[in-house]
Write a new protein. Structure first.
Length: 125
């Protein structure tokens, strides 16, 4: 009989197979959620949560959530209440929205800059 994959194996699979993935940190009361981006771009060290902030908020790692194609995937270290999983899902959806908006904003800014640079210069020298 084949054993089930370990949490670590599941978490690695979620992280590798997802186009967007985050590591989930929770407070002891499960009311403080912090997402650490893994894919498509992890945060540089200077933008990551500091050890002092991590300790102050008493965060713990509980799993990885990702988006693989149009399907959400996850691996959790521990059983979580449905309301906590719902809160994690909402936070992840907000993360996806922010990522998509940032990419669109950058593309829009490039188009606008190209448009501005293509305008004739009517200044008199």
């Amino acid at each position: 009989m084949q054993s089930s994959p370990s949490y670590f194996e599941q978490a690695v699979q979620v992280g590798v197979e997802s186009q967007i993935a985050v590591y989930i940190l929770l407070s002891p009361e499960n009311d403080d959620i912090h997402l650490m981006p893994l894919r498509p771009h992890p945060l540089p060290p200077e933008e990551q949560i500091s050890p002092e902030e991590f300790a102050r908020r008493q965060l713990r790692g509980v799993g990885v959530v990702g988006l693989s194609g149009a399907k959400s995937v996850c691996a959790f270290k521990e059983p979580l209440e449905p309301s906590v999983v719902d809160a994690i899902a909402r936070a992840f959806l907000e993360h996806i929205f922010v990522l998509c908006f940032a990419e669109q904003r950058e593309a829009i800014e490039i188009v606008e800059l190209k448009r501005l640079y293509s305008l004739p210069d009517n200044r008199v020298n």
